[in-house]
Design a protein. Structure first.
Length: 83
């Protein structure tokens, strides 16, 4: 996400990452399923009408909001302060 690349993920059913990816529009996700389901999602991602610039910006914003070093350090410091 830091590089702005769209996400293609296969996760276990019910995994929180599936909803995170879908709700933020940062890529495609398959819950369970085999390689065929993953290939369908990959094909849809590379279709000419797909606009990768939208996923690029959303990926970078989600990274900054949830996974950047500054965000993670702040969360750790907050947790330590509560202990």
């Amino acid at each position: 996400m830091h590089a702005g690349l769209p996400v293609l993920a296969r996760v276990n059913p019910g995994n929180d990452l599936a909803e995170l990816i879908r709700s933020n529009g940062v890529g495609r996700v398959v819950e369970g399923g085999g390689i065929e389901a993953l290939m369908v999602q990959l094909r849809e991602m590379v279709m000419p009408e797909a606009d990768p610039s939208l996923a690029t910006e959303r990926s970078r914003l989600l990274y900054e909001r949830l996974f950047s070093p500054a965000t993670v350090a702040s969360r750790i410091a907050d947790q330590l302060a509560m202990a």
